[in-house]
Design a protein around this ligand. Sequence first.
Ligand code: UFG
Length: 329
Amino acid sequence: MNVLVVGGAGYIGSHCVRQLLATGHKPIVLDNLVYGHRDTVPEEVAFYPTNLGNEKEVGKILRKEKIELVMHFAAYAYVGESVTDPLKYYFNNVASTLHLLRCMIGSGVKKFVFSSTCATYGEPASMPIVETMPQAPINPYGQTKLDVENALKAFAHAYGLSFAAFRYFNAAGAAEDGSIGEHHDPETHLIPLAIDAAQGLRDPLKVFGNDYPTPDGTCLRDYVHVDDLSRAHIAVFEKLATPGTALFYNLGTGKPTSVLEVIQAVEKVLGKPVPRTAAPRRAGDPPELYADSTKAKTELGWEPQFTDIESIVATAWKWHEVNPKGFAK
Ligand code: UFG
């Protein structure tokens, strides 16, 4: 299938591009490189440095490349920034996405795979999280993702759009061959920061909060390997054949891991201590978030291949060890 990967030079998108190639599909990458890295795009893949909201250009690409399905990874995803600068998030994550969808529907491209997030659930009353639980985001980032989910439902009904929205838990790790990995600027994610701290490339890691109502007092998250996420995106293709299909799936391992357990895993994999300091809780961090992904397992036959934090950290380290400064461009 000819697949337009919007945000295909970003962290999750770039891993998906490789999975598409490995499974015999033809990815075409669209990425404005605001956060993406040109170096991630394989030579054999067509690359368009275009804004997803540019309907004229995107329409041309859809026709020229005979696109059958669009995957959309191109969102701003800094929760804190979404609180201080919500306009940036609504314009990119909602408005630009609507331009992309209008362009697709106008061009007759009606299969869509959308990157959503566990942040759409806010602070759920119980764990693990199932898809039917109420969605009540506590920050604009989560709200923008939920707004798109709701628009997609209406578009499926009205225009016959077929879509799957995947609610990711904590994407982590890197390609097993060490070819690409996680590089955000600024970096805010726990695993790359812990790796950098262990290598002395950054200040000691701040552990945000040690008084949460969890077994060791630090937050529990569900770290899911980026290649496992990618596999789900491809496993859903068949289901999108019927016009008007609307699908929502949680993607996580179902295993809660604390901040201290992640730090221990980094120390074990690198064989070095992670220098750290205790810091106050980070605003907006729920104490625990972990998935029930039974629906993806049952309906898509999806089974995460990386189920323990050490094996996930090992893949991250394989990339960071060779690329301590990340991608050059
Ligand atoms: N943490 C630290 N110190 C740090 C960085 C993180 O203690 O320097 C802690 C956080 O408090 C949190 C855990 O490590 O408990 C994981 O934090 P990340 O920033 O790596 O990931 P988040 O859980 O905050 O964010 C992820 C995605 C977001 C998404 C969010 C949903 O990256 O895009 O889950 O809650 F919105």
